[in-house]
Ligand binder design. Structure first.
Ligand code: ZN
Length: 429
């Protein structure tokens, strides 16, 4: 596949995956087209060699796997992970408050967004709604307004003269997106949701909306930018890019051996949840595939895990924030992330596998370590390494403005990492 086609499909995914639930839905569509079968955790499973499967937990996490045709489950697996969630503003359960003709929405801060970037953007709302239908069945449906329905205007500089020098955003006071302007105070957010459900699902007759997990998102579409279109600017690059790279590699014809991809929700809030990577989902699925504990332990010991999450590229205006020997650049290839305190799971051993793949794929590779005066972030890699005891390497595309509403990376970077992951899944361990 050409770079242009790859980025075209990536942009399509970024546009559609406005929430973790929509990301999983999009991936599911690709898997069904490719002949993968869905497995439900409540059922007994009959898996066959040479076949591909996926299992979804709580709508926002998906585990995709392919069992080798000629080898047994207990031989080594090639494993990939990424996360489906991004920092956001999540709508509170009773969000609407109306005064001075404005109806505003109460939101909580989900994860660690750069809050200032959420002001003066055209915000859509999307997520998951639970409802009771006319047959008294509880249903779960995704909705997406697919247009700007909210905004968080900045205060004019004339009323806030210090905005460019010092200004702190008070989360409870300042984060109330404007949603609509109405004459009376009988407005019901739940009625608005019911209308949206009827629009998206005419076949469903809703009796009552019971609850929701809804998020604001930026409606601006991904763009190639820079004079020579050498950069990508988009929302949710962290970490939808890695989910996309993972699914493209899983769906290539030439996979070899047992492979899996975990696209997990709730990484941005620490991964502790029913569907987060600290939960039992991955272990539970592997236990069903390899029930014998000894065989499973043997499998873990000869498997390899590549955890993909974006890395910090050098920001040329803030060079003092970086270690001078470790300055990843956009369009210079994937980044291996190291931390002596194992906030990243990379070891020299696990890095060696990734470097050898880069050499074989003819893709340049970069290395990142946080400078010593700054605390290091973390990701799914150390969680998997700790809970399963599998050799794990943390890698990612170099990116700028991580956790801004609009992040950036190099136009070639997702494609280059994808070449390496393709090779990981297509050659013997
Ligand atoms: Zn991330």
């Amino acid at each position: 596949m050409s770079l242009t086609q790859f980025n075209h499909e990536l942009f399509d995914f970024l546009k559609s995956a406005t929430t973790p639930f929509h990301a999983v839905q999009y991936l599911t569509k690709l898997l069904v087209q490719a002949g993968y079968s869905e497995l439900h955790e409540k059922d007994a499973w009959q898996t066959k060699p040479g076949k591909g499967y996926y299992c979804i937990r709580d709508n926002g996490t998906i585990l995709i796997f392919k069992i080798a045709s000629a080898r047994k489950c207990e031989t080594g697996w090639k494993m990939l992970a990424a996360h489906t969630d991004s920092p956001s503003l999540q709508i509170k359960p009773q969000p609407a408050n109306t005064s001075n003709s404005y109806t505003q929405l109460g939101v909580e801060v989900y994860g660690g967004p750069i809050l200032a970037t959420w002001f003066d953007r055209d915000l859509g709302i999307a997520g998951r709604v639970t409802l009771l239908d006319q047959e008294n069945t509880i249903r779960v449906k995704t909705i997406d307004f697919k247009r700007a329905v909210a905004m968080l205007p900045n205060l004019a500089i004339h009323l806030n003269r210090e905005v460019n020098e010092k200004y702190s955003i008070k989360r409870q006071k300042h984060l109330h997106p404007l949603f609509c302007q109405i004459a009376d105070e009988t407005f019901s957010f739940h009625d608005v949701l019911q209308q949206q459900i009827e629009e998206e699902y005419p076949e469903i007759s809703t009796k009552i909306v019971l609850g929701f997990d809804l998020f604001c998102y930026d409606t601006q579409e991904p763009e190639l930018t820079g004079l020579n279109r050498e950069f990508i600017a988009a929302s949710r690059l962290d970490n939808l890019v890695s989910c996309f790279i993972g699914i493209k590699s899983m769906l290539q014809d030439a996979t070899e051996g047992n492979c899996l991809l975990l696209c997990s929700n709730h990484e941005e809030i620490g991964s502790s949840s029913v569907s987060g990577a600290q939960g039992n989902f991955l272990h539970s699925v592997l236990t069903r595939l390899i029930p014998d504990a000894t065989k499973r332990a043997r499998m873990f010991s000869c498997s390899h895990f590549i955890s993909m999450d974006n890395a910090h590229a050098l920001h040329p205006n803030f060079i003092e924030k970086y270690d001078p020997q470790h300055l990843p650049l956009l369009n210079h290839g994937p980044v291996i992330k190291y931390n002596a305190n194992q906030r990243y799971a990379t070891t020299s051993r696990s890095a060696a596998l990734f470097k050898s793949l880069c050499i074989a794929a003819n893709v340049p590779v970069q290395e990142f370590v946080m400078q010593n005066d700054l605390a290091c972030g973390s990701t799914i890699g150390p969680i998997v390494a700790t809970s399963l005891g599998i050799q794990t390497v943390d890698v990612g595309i170099p990116s700028l403005a991580m956790h801004s509403i609009r992040e950036s990376t190099g136009a070639k970077d997702p494609y280059m990492l994808s070449k390496v992951i393709d090779l990981f899944l297509s050659r013997p361990l």
